[in-house]
Design a protein around this ligand. Structure first.
Ligand code: URA
Ligand code: ZN
Length: 380
């Protein structure tokens, strides 16, 4: 077994727990699992996105042994598993509340019964979920946070971008951010809806909403959090962004400039917008070394903006510093290989990308592969 410092930890890996898969199967409208057979074999389809024609779905989405087999095949020591989109977004509050509580218990059990990595570490940990739907009471949300914080294998929550219907910049969520900050649960912000895209008439499969819409959705949601002052009011909140934060790193200086020139928001925030990127965590699901290196540059640069001073021309950014907030992920069981291969190209590419980042030391890379996750989730 590898030493703790060189563990491979997957923090972006999903499951549809059996109870949730059964719920999707029972539905006649999207999101749903369409049960079918072809040549006598199961040929089920998962339909969750707008204009979705469905994708094959099978035990890799719900069976824990399949998750462990996938981890073994790719040398992944430990995974922090999250329920996949669209969570409970489609349920009325009266159903979302008990379902979230049951799924949190189910996920705790899924992790607790997993093999151990060391006498004090299991191979599976999880992100719980909140019943974040319109009409839910603040009390119900706070009770869900309380429940999750008491479940020993759940280390955070996964959250979409809708909040309780008005997005994440809704002041109604302030008690939720406060409770998440107080309990130290990591918030994994993950897209589902994509954006109103100019996707055109051609059949391009899921490429445009997944490659562009998902990351833009995360970018917009995080920008709205920054603009709403959430990181000023809850500075210890730990927010982990899916898909390396989408295009937020690339657009952060433009964002800062637009804020500075806008009379409505110019004096609203305590810091330059770029400062807040240094408070975030980013998964390393970007598939290329240049993108990873760039995100780490932007994170390293953030500290220069704490006092709203402009960055001196002579400032140097230490890439390695920013890598401390980046964490390996796979997005399993999404993006399975189209052709039968032993290892999944989506995983191999993300590992190669980490290995090839110019300017990251071997200990920076070890951190991104696993050490940063072990620290973030207090597993060491
Ligand atoms: N597609 C999804 O719907 N969710 C993911 O997490 C990845 C791909
Ligand atoms: Zn994902």
């Amino acid at each position: 077994m590898a030493s703790l410092g060189s563990r491979l930890v997957d923090i972006h890996t999903h499951v549809y727990l059996p109870r949730y898969a059964a719920l999707l199967r029972s539905r006649t409208t999207v999101p749903r699992i369409l049960t079918a057979t072809r040549d006598g074999k199961p040929d089920d389809k998962l339909i969750i996105l707008d204009h979705d024609t469905g994708r094959p779905v099978g035990p890799q989405y719900w069976d824990r042994d399949e998750k462990l087999k996938f981890m073994d095949r790719h040398g992944i020591d430990l995974s922090v598993v999250s329920s996949a989109n669209p969570w409970l977004d489609f349920l009325p509050a009266s159903e979302a509340e008990p379902m979230a509580a049951q799924l949190n218990e189910d996920l705790e059990q899924y992790c607790a019964d997993s093999p151990s990595l060391t006498p004090s570490l299991n191979r599976l940990y999880g992100f719980g979920m909140l019943p974040l739907v319109p009409g839910i009471s603040t009390t119900a949300l706070l009770e869900a946070i309380e429940q999750i914080s008491k479940l020993s294998y759940l280390k955070g929550i996964i959250m979409g971008t809708r909040g309780v219907g008005k997005g994440l910049d809704d002041e109604a969520l302030d008690p939720v951010w406060a409770a998440l900050e107080r309990t130290g649960l990591v918030v994994f912000l993950h897209p589902h809806y994509s954006i109103e895209g100019q996707w055109g008439q051609k059949d391009n499969g899921h490429v445009l909403p997944l490659a562009l819409g998902f990351p833009f959705e995360t970018t917009i949601a995080t920008t709205r959090l920054i603009l709403a002052g959430v990181f000023d009011r809850f500075p210890a909140l730990r927010l982990l962004l899916a898909h390396s934060g989408g295009v937020l790193p690339q657009l952060s200086s433009r964002l800062a400039s637009c804020i500075e020139h806008d009379p409505v928001v110019a004096s609203r925030l305590k810091h330059d917008a770029r400062y807040y990127l240094g408070k975030l965590y980013f998964d390393a699901v970007a598939y290329g070394p240049e993108e990873l290196g760039f995100v780490s540059d932007v994170v390293s640069r953030a500290k220069h903006y704490e006092n709203n001073t402009s960055v001196p021309a002579t400032a140097t950014f230490e890439r390695g510093l920013g890598s401390g907030r980046m964490l390996f992920g796979t997005d399993h069981p999404f993006f399975p290989p189209l052709k039968g291969t032993d290892k999944w190209p989506s995983v191999v590419e993300n590992l190669r990308a980490i290995d090839a980042v110019y300017g990251w030391s071997s200990s920076d890379k070890d951190g991104v592969r696993g050490g940063n996750a072990l620290s973030l989730f207090n597993l060491v």
